[in-house]
Write a protein that binds this ligand. Structure first.
Ligand code: ZN
Ligand code: ZN
Length: 273
């Protein structure tokens, strides 16, 4: 796919995309049907694949690596994590990163990365054929575990993952707490963070978009960060961008996207800027 095709598709995104709508409906029907095929093994397979697609894929690849370049990793790791991300049924990498640009982030920094991806033959190929890994996985699941593995590992798992991702742009712009006075309504939500492997620390993320670690305190559970940390420990991740909260508190870190809300100052007074 060429970048122009993407732009053309973007231009028409206000029209209902019947192909997408049809797949969404079919997956939701499949997710409900999966309840009639419950087995404990199928549940474990679904949970494992939720982590593979949601954390290794969407969180560690599409978002923190490809969109914000919060860390560096060998190309083969980048490609592997990207294949994991396609299993979330959120489209290919070039599409996802470009969509993110149009949703809520700083457009100037993000626009910078899409041409990079568009020059990479693998990313262009996988963006065009993003559904292929899902079909291959479905065939493997059917072969090794029959209909229960297929229903739970593909349909139910994908639908749960999609709704969790959507929470980041709904719930964490409505409910939760704010640590930084950003120019938006972004919040930190522990339960969205649990359901999205750490993406729920969304106010932290809006304030420091390139940081590869979104949980800024030890108890801010951030599975995506633990994965990046594991890569680092294995020597497979470097140049990792991080923000240390004590350095922010002491004013050592610039906060262009929203300053720290200090205790004792009513939020209403500081959130307006
Ligand atoms: Zn946001
Ligand atoms: Zn982001």
């Amino acid at each position: 796919m060429e970048l122009q095709d993407l732009e053309r598709r973007q231009a028409g995104k206000n029209e209902v995309n019947w192909v997408t709508a049809g797949f969404m409906a079919a997956f939701h029907v499949g997710a409900v049907a999966a309840l009639f095929f419950f087995t404990w093994k199928a549940l474990l397979v679904a949970m494992f694949l939720w982590w593979v697609s949601g954390s290794l894929g969407i969180g560690m690849s599409y978002h923190r690596l490809l969109t914000h370049r919060g860390y560096k990793t060998p190309k083969w790791v980048e490609y592997f994590l990207t294949v994991c991300a396609t299993l979330a049924l959120e489209g290919g990498p070039i599409f996802w990163v470009a969509m993110g640009k149009s949703m809520h982030h700083d457009t100037t920094t993000l626009a910078h990365y899409v041409p990079d991806l568009a020059k990479d033959k693998f990313h262009v190929w996988i963006t065009k054929y993003h559904y292929v890994p899902m079909i291959v996985l479905g065939a493997i699941l059917l072969a090794i575990g029959g209909v229960p593995f297929l229903m739970w590992g593909i349909f139910l798992r994908t639908v749960v993952g999609l709704h969790a991702t959507w929470l980041v742009n709904s719930a964490t712009h409505s409910w939760g707490s704010r640590r930084f006075a950003t120019r938006d309504l972004s919040t930190n939500s522990w339960w969205v963070a649990v359901l999205t492997f750490g993406e729920g620390w969304h106010n932290n993320h809006h304030a420091h978009p390139t940081a590869a670690q979104h949980g800024f305190k030890w108890y801010e559970v951030d599975m995506n960060w633990y994965g990046i940390w594991a890569l680092k420990t294995l020597g497979l991740a470097w140049d990792i961008k991080r923000v240390k909260l004590d350095e922010v508190e002491r004013g050592l870190v610039p906060t262009p996207n929203g300053r720290l809300i200090t205790r004792g100052v009513p939020e209403a007074l500081v959130s307006g800027d």
